[in-house]
Design a protein around this ligand. Sequence first.
Ligand code: 5AD
Ligand code: SF4
Length: 450
Amino acid sequence: MSKQKETKKFYIETYGCQMNVADSEVIATVLTENDFVQTKDIESADIILINTCAIREHAEQRVYGRLDYFNSLKKKNTKLKIGIVGCMAERLKDELLEKKPFIDLIAGPDAYRHLPEMFETTESGQKAVNVLLSKEETYEDILPTRYDSNGISAFISITRGCDNMCTYCVVPFTRGRERSRLPEDILKEIDAVKNDGFKEVTIIGQNVDKYLYEDKNRKVNFPALLEMVATRIPEMRVRFSTSYPQDFNEEVVLTMTKYPNICRYIHLPVQSGSNKILNLMKRGYTREWYLDRIAMIRKHLPDCAISTDIISGFCDETEADHQDTLALMKEVQFDFAYMFKYSERPGTFAAKRLQDNVPETEKKRRLNEIINLQSRLSLNSNEKDIGKTFEVLVEGVSKKSPDNYFGRNSQNKVIVFPKAETKIGELAQVKVTHVSSATLIGKVVSPENS
Ligand code: 5AD
Ligand code: SF4
């Protein structure tokens, strides 16, 4: 009589970008389809997986800390298997094998289909490693399990990889070449999240503007895909991220103007306001080009919120370059920004050819100035919303004040308001009464009072 295979419980922890969240959902599907069962209780897991980010050194340090904790669990349960997946697995395979010998499995972003066999290999005490990058893998036939979402907002990846080669960035090395998914597969995922009751989708890629699906009969570019998505789910909100200034074009904005369910929010990372630094970063655009993109957005969509990413203290950045960044921020009046200190990443062009020559204290000082300025700009932007009424998708109960709900408006701003008759997952009309630099505060109004 054959012995019945034991069902293994896996626990998965995710770090890094939205892409990693989407990838963890793919991993969960691959494993559950192969008779593994997901658990949210780390102590009862037979397998712990950590999906990692390599974008800054700090992100990697956090993962090392978690790995040591997992090892302490392994000492109590010697059968426990530990797997590291994602960008850090891709970048540091050899170092991880050497420095963290308790790791059983290492899988790069294109190896997730093979995880079941890889775990099989680890059963006999061997290590399983697959960090091969593929030119084709898009996990097209895998319908992700949205195990950790709020049930309201889902992320759907439309491209994988990146061909841009910005000189500071590790992503092209960890995620490989750019690939676009088949439009029908994306729409299938859209239908699935709609049927599951989700109210909003964000279509994601490292550079969504490069989305291109071509075969003998047709060519679908990003604006065309955006239109297909918006018309497929007119009753749901559609967001997209991330846009790339060099490729971001008027066609995308015109598509947005046609469909009110495409949210009025664009994330357009500028990185620096200095042409010298943009050139060293090989971003492929100038400050003037960027400002022209902003003017184009404002012309067609005056109520569109714009956010950005900024890096402080890149190689050879002088005080004058830094001042150019501050001036650009003021000129654009960003509604929100993600701001980082430059962190040299081994293997990148900058690590090989440029000097990481801005002292750490100076990087920090400049970053603080950038953060302080952005907080003033965000406050200015929020103050302009006082008295306005927005349609808000209610996402949940506010963590800080349990009598309040929180949600987002089309511009992606978080609004907190007393519960009233609305429900989580519904749209509410909320009038803004107070603001801080981070949040709008308001109250529910009926449409005729808005
Ligand atoms: N150091 C600091 N920030 C970085 N980013 C990417 N690479 C680095 C790096 N080496 C930032 C960029 C990017 C965001 C996702 O992370 O601003 O847009
Ligand atoms: Fe995402 Fe880039 Fe981090 Fe990889 S390195 S997880 S692609 S942010």
